[in-house]
Design a protein around this ligand. Structure first.
Ligand SMILES: *[C@@H]1O[C@H](CO)[C@@H](O)[C@H](O)[C@H]1NC(C)=O
Ligand SMILES: *[C@@H]1O[C@H](CO)[C@@H](O)[C@H](O)[C@H]1NC(C)=O
Ligand SMILES: *[C@@H]1O[C@H](CO)[C@@H](O)[C@H](O)[C@H]1NC(C)=O
Ligand SMILES: *[C@@H]1O[C@H](CO)[C@@H](O)[C@H](O)[C@H]1NC(C)=O
Ligand SMILES: *[C@@H]1O[C@H](CO)[C@@H](O)[C@H](O)[C@H]1NC(C)=O
Length: 447
């Protein structure tokens, strides 16, 4: 079941305040990272050398990142540089404007109908001819063999709503050049899927949740009861078997919501009742993330890495989602012309604050939280949504809304896997470093 909701005006705007704010926040963040990272990753500069090496020879990186002898010639002194921030950059045209997309509706079976923009006749294919270039570094194109090699004997769960499923389908298609998984789902419920890449013993799962916490549609249609302090056990009970969990959440919080805490209704979002306090969406969004992270932090047996994939903005222009709003652009925006603002910025910042909180908590307990910070790149891609090309034209059927929430496949959402691969590689380097440092110290102690 595919849901399309984004009942808010999301027109890109020009806003200098945001830049200033982000500059300040960015500065503060960088400072925070500079202060905290050396404690955990004392050889960061060294990791850059390794990373550079691994990026230059993509096929060998997976193994080389873990090969201990590469440390022999390394520069083990350093605390200076930071890896470049993947989230800040620009969409630039492919160097080869006729390059074929990594997969198409003909080569990949995993594309959900509603995301199959090529099949449903999207006339412009220019939206497939861009790549994301972070400021100050190159993000290599996705290398499926490398990803699968890094995932050998591992299990990865994607937790979230239809946008998370959108990402999973993109990843399956990107990996399909090497291998398709077999379906090993525990049931026929499309909300909880499990696949296995047999040659790699890699298990991948999609665990559906609308609001990350326990929730259900209330007796009033379209209004949800959210139990902000209760785990959504449909996913939290399953994570112990996984090495990686990626969580995300977004558009479902824009519905009218009743917030429950401590077993009673403490407020709502858009319920318009005299006896219930309006708390706005951010209250629910913040608490939902806090509770989801708590589930991870307090799990007895999950010891894997948690990624937060940040909020993916919708792009309705010239009207609300249910009032004829649409997304008809055919090119990305430039970052200088459009800044994240209003509700999108607020949702982004809210989850970021909860992420930092969980990260701090996790550091004390040795539980790793990592950020897949894709909001800004996606904000610049109003051209990446299906709009009316998620189905055949159906005359004037007003129930067929323009979809400016989900993402065409293939399409810009494919870069989420580029980000992920990059981060998993970095992770390998980080742990290899930690091991090397340990070995180095042991050696010094023995002298
Ligand atoms: C190690 O790094 C320091 C500081 O960046 C630099 O001065 C030194 O030349 C480097 N040594 C080697 C062997 O690369
Ligand atoms: C893929 O899309 C093309 C149009 O671009 C269409 O002709 C073709 O039938 C589609 N293939 C499948 C398998 O849906
Ligand atoms: C496959 O991976 C799992 C961990 O996900 C591991 O427990 C199991 O031993 C692996 N199987 C083989 C045949 O290596
Ligand atoms: C608010 O009022 C409605 C209608 O009187 C009632 O059904 C509901 O239980 C009340 N909610 C709370 C939280 O008191
Ligand atoms: C859709 O509506 C427009 C104007 O409202 C009309 O001209 C057109 O014929 C309608 N198309 C169909 C397929 O009903």
């Amino acid at each position: 079941m595919l849901q399309v909701q984004a009942p808010t005006d999301l027109r890109p705007g020009k806003n200098g305040q945001y830049r200033t704010l982000m500059a300040i926040l960015g500065g503060a963040l960088a400072l925070l990272i500079l202060i905290t990272i050396p404690l955990t990753f004392p050889l960061l500069n060294y990791s850059l050398l390794l990373l550079k090496a691994s990026l230059e020879s993509p096929t060998s990186a997976a193994s080389s990142a873990f090969r201990p002898q590469i440390f022999a010639s390394g520069n083990l002194s350093i605390f200076s540089a930071l890896p470049c921030d993947l989230a800040v950059g620009e969409w630039i045209p492919n160097s080869n404007p006729n390059a074929a997309p990594p997969y198409t509706n003909d080569t990949c079976w995993a594309i959900h109908e509603h995301l199959n923009c090529l099949k449903y006749g999207r006339p412009d294919h220019g939206f497939l001819q861009w790549r994301w270039r972070p400021d100050g570094c190159e993000l290599p194109a996705f290398n499926p063999a490398q990803f699968l090699e890094l995932m050998r004997h591992k299990a990865f769960a994607f937790v979230g709503d239809n946008i998370a499923r959108n990402h999973v389908q993109s990843l399956i298609c990107l990996l399909s050049k090497v291998e398709y998984p077999i379906d090993v789902s525990p049931s026929r419920d499309e909300h909880f899927k499990k696949w296995k890449y047999m040659s790699y013993n890699f298990t991948m799962a999609f665990l559906w949740t609308t609001h990350l916490v326990k929730s259900q549609e209330s007796s009033t249609k379209g209004v949800f009861d959210l139990y902000l302090d209760e785990f959504d056990e449909a996913w939290t009970s399953q994570i112990p078997g996984f090495d990686y969990v990626m969580i995300s959440s977004g558009q479902w919080f824009l519905h009218p919501l009743y917030f429950h805490e401590n077993g009673r209704v403490i407020g709502c979002h858009d319920c318009f009742l005299d006896n219930v306090t309006e708390l706005g969406i951010y209250h629910g969004y913040r608490k939902a993330f806090r509770t989801a992270f708590k589930a991870i932090l307090t799990s007895e047996s999950f010891k894997g890495i948690t990624y937060l994939r940040t909020f993916a903005p919708a792009h309705f222009e010239n009207g609300l989602w249910n009032q004829g709003g649409n997304c008809l652009r055919t090119e990305p925006l430039k970052s200088k012309d459009s800044a994240l603002e209003g509700m999108n910025l607020e949702l982004y910042m809210t989850q970021m604050e909860e992420f930092r909180r969980a990260e701090r908590e996790g550091r004390k307990k040795g539980i790793k939280f990592r950020l897949l910070d894709t909001t800004q790149p996606m904000w610049l891609r109003p051209d990446g949504h299906p709009s009316q090309y998620g189905h055949w034209p159906q005359g004037n059927d007003s129930s067929l809304l323009n979809d400016c929430v989900h993402w065409c496949l293939p399409g810009p959402i494919d870069i989420w896997s580029d980000f992920l691969l990059h981060m998993v590689k970095l992770e390998g380097i980080r742990s290899a470093q930690e091991r090397a440092l340990l070995a180095h110290q042991t050696e010094l102690n023995q002298r």
